[in-house]
Write a protein that binds this ligand. Structure first.
Ligand SMILES: C[S@@+](CC[C@H](N)C(=O)[O-])C[C@H]1O[C@@H](n2cnc3c(N)ncnc32)[C@H](O)[C@@H]1O
Length: 279
């Protein structure tokens, strides 16, 4: 009886030891996974981004690139527009400019108070500024189909060495990333209920599938990331030719949760300190 009892105790102790070892290994590998990818959490959301603020990054891009022409879609108070120091075009259906236009630094500025679709239908930025666009910042309507159209139109006005930057493509959770900006019930579940990025984050899946030729780099610029696109090809028709298919596939809320998981698992975020390095 004693032997059976002591064997039982031995087996019990061995079992416990194995479980402890297993838990220890599991914890170590979980910690390791976390270190490999510090911004991603286990709960399908990202930790707050900790790099330089996106406008600090934009200022750095302006001084590094020294563009000779700038196009901005979505201007609002003018906080990003005022960073430009070259002839510029800004498009917004509802300008709320709060800054003196820095005409000393900016030799020409054309404001188009209209939606970007209307602007691109009626005007040619190349013709207005007399040269292709060197640097564009797309920060207008936060719906995938709108950003897609803005990118398609903008790319045509650029040249091969132009840089196109996108804003708000790194939502921290799915609640701020839905298509309806006024869905407060959903936003209330977010870590930042006052933020809305819309579903422009789906542009990564679109680029991956249709434009692998583009160089797309994501930076950890708060609040919701900055995306720098190079390898611009003004002659490319791929996105325009597949626009209808893309919008049917991605421009709705179907399967968003799985798409968001895919987005998180493919996301590689660079520190903003690397910004100048990649240019
Ligand atoms: C986030 S704000 C822009 C902020 C600004 N770029 C900055 O960094 O300070 C977005 C702006 O996009 C504008 N907008 C909304 N729909 C638009 C559209 N279809 N075309 C162009 N701009 C649009 C809004 O009026 C709003 O002023």
């Amino acid at each position: 009886m004693d032997e059976v009892y002591s064997d039982g105790v031995h087996e019990f102790r061995t079992g416990v030891t194995r479980i402890v070892c297993f838990l220890d290994q599991w914890c170590r590998s979980a910690c390791y996974r976390h270190m490999q990818s510090p911004a991603k959490s286990e709960t399908n959301r990202l930790a707050d981004l900790t790099g330089d603020h996106y406008r600090t990054c934009l200022a750095r891009l302006h001084s590094t690139l020294r563009p000779r022409s700038y196009l901005e879609i979505g201007t609002f108070h003018g906080d990003s527009l005022k960073l430009a120091k070259c002839p510029a075009i800004a498009v917004d259906p509802n300008f709320q400019l709060e800054h003196r236009v820095p005409t000393d630094a900016m030799p020409a500025l054309c404001l188009f108070q209209m939606r970007s679709d209307e602007f691109f239908r009626s005007y040619n930025p190349r013709a207005i500024l007399g040269r292709p666009i060197d640097f564009a910042f797309l920060d207008g309507m936060h719906l995938l189909e709108c950003l897609l159209r803005d990118f398609i139109h903008t790319e045509k006005t650029c040249h091969g060495r132009s840089v196109v930057v996108l804003h708000d493509c790194v939502p921290l959770d799915l609640h701020m990333a839905g298509r309806a900006w006024n869905d407060m019930t959903r936003r209330a579940l977010s870590v930042h209920p006052e933020w809305w990025t819309g579903d422009v984050w789906k542009i990564f899946a679109v680029f991956r599938r249709y434009r692998p030729d583009l160089t797309v780099e994501v930076f950890d610029a708060p609040p919701t990331g900055l995306v720098v696109i190079r390898g611009i090809d003004p002659s490319s028709q791929v996105l325009a030719d597949h626009q209808k298919q893309i919008v049917e596939l991605f421009g709705n809320s179907n399967g968003e949760s799985a798409l968001f998981e895919d987005f998180l698992s493919n996301l590689e975020i660079n520190p903003t300190s690397r910004l100048a390095e990649v240019l």
